[in-house]
Design a protein around this ligand. Structure first.
Ligand SMILES: Nc1ncnc2c1ncn2[C@@H]1O[C@H](COP(=O)(O)OP(=O)(O)OP(=O)(O)O)[C@@H](O)[C@H]1O
Length: 267
């Protein structure tokens, strides 16, 4: 059986044209339209204050929320017109909070990542199991595989969610706050996992709260302002004090660490 896809076969491009996200309780403003291309191999950070619409954007890209206007195309196909099964094979999302759907072990949960690749009534193969075990191993979860998901800590669940996305192996990774709940070691591990995916030709788009994580790991950023149009471009060009202070309405001190800026909020 050679069904299992383990990598992106064509360079992925997720193209937004005049996209307006329907952020609840916010008036639609054409000045906030997004027209940009996310390309294979890039690590995008979406940054902005609480409630500005980062999660709403990721959910819109994943077609879980209808867009207000404009278009989203994955490799020149409108995502709104793609069959759900094809979209689920190519695009995966990790949510900010993890809900208990039904009682399941860690292994069963990560196996759900393989479902988009199975035909109706088809059972998972040894190759699926190998991918799931490799994902569990990458996130240090092999010893947890028989544990009920609901017994895990917040950080352990976050690692399960990342392992599930890894098992799904989509070419587009949409990740809502990847470092949520994680201790320092696993924050770095999570970002390494995402960087590995980008290095193998996948596209990673993630929402982030920590600008220093963005300076360290992101190739590109999209800054969503509450009161002015969004800007996007390379992380190096855009992650500056002048752009970040108005983003968060917060005064920042900046220093340098290993050639990159380090931002510190000051009271
Ligand atoms: N289901 C909902 N019903 C009503 N309002 C909602 C709903 N979901 C989100 N909102 C509102 O939409 C706005 C954008 O929310 P969103 O979660 O996209 O922001 P965010 O930038 O991801 O925020 P955070 O940094 O706090 O995670 C917020 O004002 C939020 O209160």
């Amino acid at each position: 059986m050679t069904r299992v896809s383990v990598g992106a076969s064509t360079p992925t491009c997720l193209r937004l044209k005049d996209l307006l996200v329907a952020v609840p309780n916010k008036v639609l403003d054409p000045a906030n339209a997004l027209s940009l291309s996310f390309q294979a191999g890039q690590m995008w950070g979406v940054l902005g204050p609480n409630g500005v619409g980062k999660t709403s954007l990721l959910h819109t890209l994943a077609t879980l929320l209808p867009q207000a206007s404009g278009s989203i195309a994955l490799n020149d196909q409108l995502v709104s017109k793609m069959p759900r099964s094809s979209l689920a094979q190519q695009l995966g999302i990790m949510f900010q909070e993890h809900q208990d759907g039904f009682p399941a072990t860690v292994l069963e949960t990560v196996m759900l990542g393989r479902f988009p690749h199975l035909s109706p009534w088809e059972r998972e193969t040894d190759q699926d199991l190998s991918l799931v075990l490799a994902s569990l191993e990458r996130l240090d979860l092999l010893a947890f595989q028989e544990r009920p998901l609901r017994d895990l800590s917040g950080g352990e669940r976050q690692r399960v969610a990342l392992a599930t996305l890894m098992a799904q192996s989509p070419s587009v990774w949409l990740v809502d706050e990847p470092t949520n709940h994680l201790d320092l070691r696993y924050q770095v591990e999570a970002m390494k996992v995402l960087a590995e995916q980008a290095a193998t030709g996948r596209l990673v788009v993630m929402s982030l709260h920590d600008v220093n994580v963005a300076t360290q790991w992101c190739s590109h950023v999209l800054l969503l302002y509450p009161d002015r149009p969004p800007i996007w471009g390379t992380a190096e060009a855009l992650l500056t004090k002048d752009n970040l202070e108005p983003l968060y309405s917060q005064k920042l001190a900046v220093t340098a660490l290993e050639g990159k800026p380090l931002f510190i909020p000051v009271a």
